[in-house]
Design a protein around this ligand. Structure first.
Ligand SMILES: *[C@@H]1O[C@H](CO)[C@@H](O)[C@H](O)[C@H]1NC(C)=O
Ligand SMILES: *[C@@H]1O[C@H](CO)[C@@H](O)[C@H](O)[C@H]1NC(C)=O
Ligand SMILES: CC(=O)N[C@H]1CO[C@H](CO)[C@@H](O)[C@@H]1O
Length: 330
């Protein structure tokens, strides 16, 4: 009985010890056989150093640090260097060193850029580090803003950052669209706006205007007694269209026209396309005076039509439209 018990005890110790030796042997096998590269090291990416009796211990230290991607073990000094990159991520830093052993993290290596604590420098680096297992998506980079880790959208096939999707572009918020390109991005003002998309986008007067189209606004329309006036016009860009005509008359329009008692006409010429926005005056005809009142306005030739920057008038004055070319009094 006593003898049996002793034997049993010994057997348990033996089995336990054997299993743990076996486990050690497997780890060593992994480290020395499959991954360890004697006589090499990865330079410039050491973020922690520890004393360690052997490569295996160094490997375990690496396994317990989330940032650790690989190790250099310094044989003569029993020093364990934890690296923040693998040799795949930084092949240019993988060099010969007779006194070191390089080992990629033996287990549970966090893919580069996949968590905030393990940021990459670029999408290309992630592609290099993770090879075919990398897929396009969001990754953490520490190269976008200094001292910060930023989540960006990486196209792994091209190694490009999508600045638009990542919201790290400087296109004007709200009025510009961002379009990603390989290596960069472009900004363009949204429809109805013009500008460079980065420093300004302003309403495009050729696209954002109010239409004046009533038939009774035309210079040939003889006003009835209920005179209308432009006293409620909000300052802005206007285009004459439809029944009102296509533009302002450039001659003194007879009184009691355009639905008003006091018609307004353009005292000046229409601009050409390349003149941009020009300053002009609208003059109002009352009594025998073609220049009874005046209002400062702006005009732009939009290649096919004109737009006018107008403001409200007094009563009973109104801006006139026309279809006709011509000059002189009507
Ligand atoms: C951009 O505009 C959106 C909504 O208009 C707003 O939620 C967002 O915070 C703005 N971003 C910046 C950087 O101003
Ligand atoms: C605009 O300018 C062009 C030349 O610059 C001219 O031919 C055209 O008649 C002008 N007016 C309109 C409505 O396009
Ligand atoms: C082009 C045109 O009609 N210009 C006239 C504008 O009004 C002044 C008077 O205020 C005239 O002198 C200009 O000839």
């Amino acid at each position: 009985m006593a003898k049996n018990s002793h034997f049993c005890h010994a057997a348990v110790i033996f089995v336990t010890c054997c299993i743990s030796l076996q486990a050690c042997a497997d780890d060593l096998q992994c480290i020395s056989g499959t991954y360890a590269k004697y006589g090499t090291m990865l330079r410039s990416h050491v973020f922690q150093e520890h004393n360690a009796d052997n490569v295996l211990t160094c490997g375990l230290l690496c396994n317990s640090n989330i940032r650790c991607q690989s190790i250099n073990y310094v044989i003569s000094r029993h020093l364990c260097e934890l690296n923040s990159r693998t040799k795949e991520a930084r092949p240019e830093d993988y060099v010969q060193d007779a006194d070191r052993v390089y080992v990629t993290r033996p287990s549970e290596r966090v893919p580069l850029g996949s968590i905030q604590a393990v940021p990459a420098a670029s999408c290309q680096e992630i592609k290099a580090s993770e090879g075919t297992s990398a897929v396009s998506g969001n990754y953490w980079l520490d190269s976008i803003k200094s001292g910060q880790v930023t989540l960006v959208s990486c196209d792994i096939r091209t190694g490009d950052i999508d600045e638009c999707a990542s919201e790290i572009h400087n296109c004007i918020n709200g009025t510009a669209n961002c379009r990603n390109t390989i290596g960069s991005y472009t900004c363009a003002c949204k429809s109805g706006y013009r500008g460079d998309g980065r420093s300004y986008c302003i309403p495009d007067e050729c696209k954002s205007y109010t239409t004046l189209s009533s038939a009774n606004r035309k210079e040939t329309y003889i006003s009835l007694s209920n005179y209308i006036c432009d006293n409620t016009l909000k300052p802005g860009w206007f285009r004459f269209q439809g029944d009102a005509g296509t533009k302002m008359p450039t001659w003194c329009v007879s009184t009691l026209r355009c639905g008003a008692a006091i018609p307004g006409w353009l005292n000046g010429t229409h601009p050409g396309e390349n003149e941009g926005i020009v300053a002009r005056q609208v003059h109002f005809h009352w009594g025998s005076n073609c220049h009874y009142w005046s209002v400062d306005i702006q005009v732009k030739n939009c290649s096919g039509y004109y737009v006018y920057y107008l403001r409200e008038t007094g009563c009973n004055a109104r801006y006139c439209g026309t279809d006709r070319e011509g000059s002189g009094h009507t």
